[in-house]
Design a binder for this molecule. Structure first.
Ligand code: DX5
Ligand code: ZN
Length: 219
């Protein structure tokens, strides 16, 4: 199996007052910055409006992985691609045209990805795997950082990996990823790991990113 893995720290629980400084602490060792966008409708929490998210996307030197936890996401997702996200993830539960939305994202040169909440099955979306570049399997209920990793989602991760077959689609997990859980997710088939509180509650966030990468790479 390849060692091709990605660590994408979430800035959800980083110090918002000084995001640029927080990001610069981990920029060198991170593949992407994971930007959690919440609208207080799809999830009971609000993070960034489009203008402030755009500012972060455009002012950050490393690629941004935008995770949109917003309702009626079709056009919004395309706007996030146009704003310069390297990758845009929309929730299938909030999307009315998966194929059209993914194509719209890709038209701006961004990677297109869809996410599944814990209660959503992957089998319903098998036919759309040829339209996207990554699947995000949520390992917590979306809305907040610092929640417990749902190990029972590993069956869905394994199933998703199987349905992907030999296609070069990335498989991301998000929620509760830490030194204790990252190997479990990798063994189930994940290759792209979001980590929020594990990174930003560490004394040395960059060292934590490196440790997470090492743990996910060695098998
Ligand atoms: C949760 C967000 C996650 C969250 C991860 O809704 O999508 O990206 O920030 O934070 P941790 O790693 O603390 O679970
Ligand atoms: Zn996220």
């Amino acid at each position: 199996m390849s060692n091709d893995i990605r660590i994408t720290p979430s800035i959800l629980n980083a110090n918002r007052e000084n995001l640029a400084a927080e990001i610069s602490r981990i920029a060198e060792v991170s593949d992407y910055i994971h930007l959690d966008v919440m609208d207080n409708v799809f999830v009971p929490n609000f993070t960034f409006d489009f203008d402030s998210a755009t500012k972060i996307i455009q002012e950050t030197s490393i690629p941004i992985d935008s995770h949109l936890m917003v309702a009626e996401v079709d056009n919004i997702a395309i706007n996030y691609a146009e704003a310069g996200s390297a990758s845009v993830t929309f929730h299938v539960e909030a999307c009315s045209d998966i194929r059209g939305t993914a194509a719209g994202i890709r038209r701006y040169g961004s990677r297109a990805s869809f996410a599944l909440k814990p209660g959503t099955e992957i089998d319903l979306y098998e036919d759309f795997l040829d339209a996207i570049d990554m699947v995000l399997i949520m390992t917590v209920e979306p809305g907040f950082g610092g929640q417990k990793f749902m190990v029972e989602m590993m069956e869905k991760v394994r199933r998703t990996k199987k349905l992907m077959g030999s296609r070069p689609i990335w498989l991301q997990v998000d929620g509760g990823v830490s030194l204790e859980t990252i190997e479990i997710a990798r063994d189930a088939g994940a290759d792209t790991f979001v980590a929020g509180s594990a990174v930003f509650s560490a004394e040395d966030p960059a060292a934590m990113v490196m440790q997470l990468r090492e743990r996910a790479s060695i098998r």
